[in-house]
Ligand binder design. Structure first.
Ligand code: NAD
Length: 341
């Protein structure tokens, strides 16, 4: 069996989870890892027989590595992708791809121009009920999509040190946006395409998260349809994706945080039919995403998240941040000009 040989960068909460998921992917070998600080990451990978290097430059210099998996703070993503592209490495980047649309375009172009694959940590697209919901929407089961309503809330960051990068405007503008809201923006783009305008408001009511804990977003799309997205970091976990169409609706509820998935409940209502309720068992969507990334490199399969969607996602992210800062509706203009590398 062909093997993708990868290096993992950043061994915090998600990097460790990714290493253990990758170890269960038959087509992937984790060869090496690094972190800006050696412990506890060095010990963690040593226990798993994975080599350690002291920094990213040394990791990129290893000729036997095909790809890097970036599990680092958000403001580092663009620079790390551009460096990897120069060294001819494929990249799986944790979300968000970037904090500015122009940075996203630079990364996408840097990878594309060298024939490299770009994967992105939006595992919600790989959850079985979401795959099922998107297939039903494409089949026309609920008619014309009118409005998505979704939320992704959690309270894992309460009590964290105020020095954590998650509370810095430079890494996490608009509080919950880059932590949880961005996953739902990805789903909104998957269903409704490019956005034309965003109105967003940010609250700081818990007083514990200085960059904000309660985010409300209204996204309007070029081809019609809206998304109403909530993202909160000051209330216990809840995850919901609902899509209302001209002849019916689909509502998917997460039973648990994607860190430890415990299945989903899906309700479907179609005009003229009795409401249906389906239960989906737990499924490792994070691993499926990593396997799809590997398959795209090893077998030439299409990676399920198109780069146009990645760019559309960051365009919305940037507009959300601006809207929360200026307190107004922000328009998004498509750019057809290729970025300058
Ligand atoms: N897909 C998901 O559901 C999901 C869930 C959680 C986190 N994430 C993403 O994973 C990424 C990491 O988040 P986290 O929660 O693990 O953060 P974390 O703070 O727990 O870990 C980040 C690690 O990166 C290291 N680091 C910082 N700068 C570095 C650099 N320049 N080079 C190498 N290492 C560096 C830090 O020392 C730290 O160990 C973020 O992009 C985050 O949004 C994704």
């Amino acid at each position: 069996m062909k093997q993708l040989r990868v290096g993992v960068v950043g061994l915090g909460w998600w990097g460790k989870l990714i290493v253990d998921q990758l170890r269960q992917c038959p087509s992937v070998t984790v060869v090496v890892a690094t972190d800006r600080v050696p412990e506890p990451g060095k010990r963690f990978v040593a226990e798993r027989g994975i080599a350690w290097v002291d920094d990213y430059d040394h990791l990129l210099a290893i000729a036997g590595i095909d790809a890097v998996i970036l599990c680092t703070p958000h403001a580092t993503h663009t620079g790390q992708i551009l460096q990897a592209a120069e060294k001819g490495k494929h990249v799986f980047c944790e979300k968000p791809l970037a904090l500015l649309a122009q940075e996203a375009r630079l990364s996408i172009e840097a990878m594309k121009s060298r024939g490299l694959t770009l994967g992105l940590g939006h595992e919600k697209r790989f959850e079985p009920p979401i795959i099922e919901a998107l297939a039903r929407v494409r089949r026309g089961d609920i008619g014309i999509p009118l409005q998505m309503e979704a939320n992704f809330n959690q309270d894992k960051f309460l009590g964290m040190s105020q020095n954590n990068w998650r509370f810095e405007e430079t890494d996490a503008p608009a509080g919950p946006l880059t932590a949880t809201g961005i996953h739902l923006i990805d789903l909104a783009v998957a269903v409704l395409g490019r956005a034309k305008a965003v109105t967003a408001a940010l609250g700081r009511s818990s007083g514990q998260l200085r960059n904000g804990d309660t985010l409300g977003m209204l996204v309007e799309f070029e081809k019609g349809g809206h998304a109403l997205i909530g993202a909160m970091l000051a209330t216990p976990f809840s995850g919901r994706f609902a899509l209302y169409g001209s002849t019916g609706w689909i509502d998917v509820r997460d039973n648990a945080h994607p860190e430890h998935p415990q299945g989903w409940t899906m309700r479907i209502s179609r005009r003229g039919f009795a409401e249906e309720v389906f239960s989906f068992p737990s499924h490792p969507a994070v691993r499926d995403n990593l396997e799809a990334f590997a398959a795209s490199i090893l077998d030439g399969a299409d990676y399920p998240i198109p780069t146009d969607d990645m760019e559309a996602n960051v365009s919305i992210l940037e507009a959300v941040v601006t809207s929360t800062r200026i307190g107004q509706r922000v328009q998004i203009f498509s750019t057809s000009r290729p970025p300058q590398l």
